[in-house]
Design a binder for this molecule. Structure first.
Ligand code: NI
Length: 506
């Protein structure tokens, strides 16, 4: 468990889309509204933010172009300009001292009178659309009543005139209990079918034609502190037994906020900032799609002095196979491993020393995997993270110590029992009898005398060919199955960077 501190200002429980910053901005009065505009009264309750850049720019433009309406109406146009100047200077757009009315020097060849005429015409032309845009009356419907206001009239101003009766929201604790009634948002604004955040509603300027619904205000949550709690993924099994086990989902840490109310002292779950998931190992038998008669034949404990004769038989009888090489043997005969790959077969790891991995320490398990992968890559260029555990000994606990170094464990469905040298006929029968599509046959090309195998192998291939089976590599068998994730099918899947390997069983 890891915790990290952070501080949040409150926001509405009723509006999950509202971010903390929006509340903060409404809490701090904009300097542009500070008592300088007597022509637009506003109540403290619906404090406005008319100093925003677009409004200021519009007023500045209209002043600059000597809007006759504005000059006639406003006896304090200087104050207005100062206000605009203050706001715009504050925003860093123009200097407050910069002259707002045109005083360009006449160009050469023009008389002063020409300039005044041209300038006057240009000013009138420029003023018309802007004046029209600001003072054009438009209709809106507000809580069912039809009203006329100038376009761009702010919602706060409309509300101060309309006297709509609504109930303010409450100040609530982090777990939703009311701390103070009526200390929430004063009202809510819905434009047509869209609910606005409190600030967006308060700052809204009408275009005309809207159907506006003013409703009760939403609650405001008390201020709270945040701690982030991490939950580690667990290792879980999907299925009880099968010839293959692979990572069907990588584990991820869950990060969740725990909020502690500064007023109430209550704690409550906050947002899940990172969704977590368990690591899932799927264990099952492969089933080729559409009932295709595909099987895999596999050879363990090589490479050895026998391996090249296996390659010749496979070639002569038109079959491909998967070889589970031991790292220590690969290091002794790297050229044999290379020949396996060059002949179109597949190599996966059988560990380095043929340990019973269930009895190994975590460090030893990991080094058995790493060193065998390295030997195979060095000899053949092939990268693999698929493993046949020696003796088939591999439990959920062993998976838990792999640190995600293994993407799949490949066992078998048909055990030829060739290691006990039961005779050629027995090896053939053990390999062939009861076989089904998707099955994996276990044989050996190392680890002892292999003469019985060499005699049995051509018979096994021919018998299964006669039954309509096609030999494919284990990877191709997994591909034909259709359930194995894409990254696992590469044969060299590694745990993604944003994943974590669980040490705890689910
Ligand atoms: Ni073995």
């Amino acid at each position: 468990m890891a915790r990290s501190g952070a501080h949040y200002t409150p926001h509405s429980r009723n509006d999950s889309s509202m971010h903390d910053s929006s509340y903060r901005s409404s809490a701090h009065a904009n300097p542009g509204t500070a008592g300088s505009d007597t022509s637009r009264p506003s109540t403290p309750r619906f404090s406005t933010t008319r100093g925003d850049a677009s409004y200021a720019a519009a007023v500045q433009k209209s002043s600059a172009s000597k809007n006759p309406y504005l000059q006639a109406q406003s006896s304090n146009s200087k104050i207005k300009r100062d206000r605009v100047g203050f706001v715009t200077a504050d925003k860093g757009f123009v200097s407050a001292k910069r002259p707002m009315t045109g005083s360009k020097k006449p160009k050469r060849g023009m008389t002063r009178r020409d300039f005044i005429m041209l300038g006057g015409l240009a000013a009138i032309a420029a003023a018309l659309p802007i004046g029209w845009n600001i003072f054009r009356p438009v209709e809106i419907v507000i809580n069912g009543a039809r009203r006329t206001y100038n376009v761009n009239t702010p919602m706060s101003e409309i509300l101060s005139k309309e006297k709509i009766s609504v109930t303010a929201g409450n100040l609530t604790s982090v777990s939703g209990n009311v701390i103070t009634e009526g200390k929430g948002y004063a009202y809510s604004v819905k434009i047509d079918d869209k609910d606005l955040s409190f600030d967006d509603g308060n700052n809204y300027k009408i275009h005309g034609g809207e159907n506006i619904t003013i409703g009760n205000g939403g609650d405001i949550m008390e201020e709270y502190s945040v701690e982030t709690v991490e939950t580690q993924p667990k290792l879980t099994m999907d299925g009880t037994w099968g010839a293959v086990t692979y990572v069907s989902q990588w584990g991820k840490v869950e990060k969740k906020e725990i909020r502690t109310g500064k007023t109430s002292g209550e704690t409550a779950d906050g947002e899940v900032t990172q969704k977590g998931q368990d690591c899932v190992l799927k264990t099952r038998n492969l089933q080729p799609k559409d009932g295709k008669k595909l099987i895999s034949i596999t050879f363990d404990d090589g490479p050895s002095v026998y391996t090249e004769r296996y390659l010749q038989i496979l070639k002569d009888h038109g079959a491909v196979a998967t070889f589970f090489n031991l790292g220590q043997n690969v290091d002794e005969m790297p050229e044999i491993s290379k020949k396996i790959i060059d002949a179109g077969h597949e190599i996966m790891s059988h560990t380095y020393h043929h340990d019973v991995l269930t009895k190994d320490s975590a460090e030893r398990v990991q080094s058995e995997l790493d060193t065998s992968y390295e030997s195979i890559k060095k000899a053949t260029g092939v990268e693999t993270t698929m493993v046949r555990p020696p003796y088939g000994a591999f439990t959920e606990k062993t998976w838990a110590v792999t640190q995600g170094k293994m993407s799949a464990s490949i066992l078998w469905n048909q055990d030829s029992l060739d290691w006990s040298r039961p005779g050629v006929d027995k090896i053939v029968a053990n390999s062939v009898n009861g076989i089904q599509p998707g099955y994996i046959i276990l044989m050996h090309d190392g680890g002892g005398p292999r003469e019985q195998d060499l005699e049995a192998l051509p018979q096994i291939i021919d018998k299964l060919h006669d039954q309509g089976y096609t030999f494919v590599t284990v990877t191709d068998l997994m591909k034909a199955d259709g359930d194995v994730p894409e990254d696992i099918l590469t044969g060299k899947a590694k745990m993604p960077e944003d994943a974590i390997w669980p040490t705890e069983l689910g």
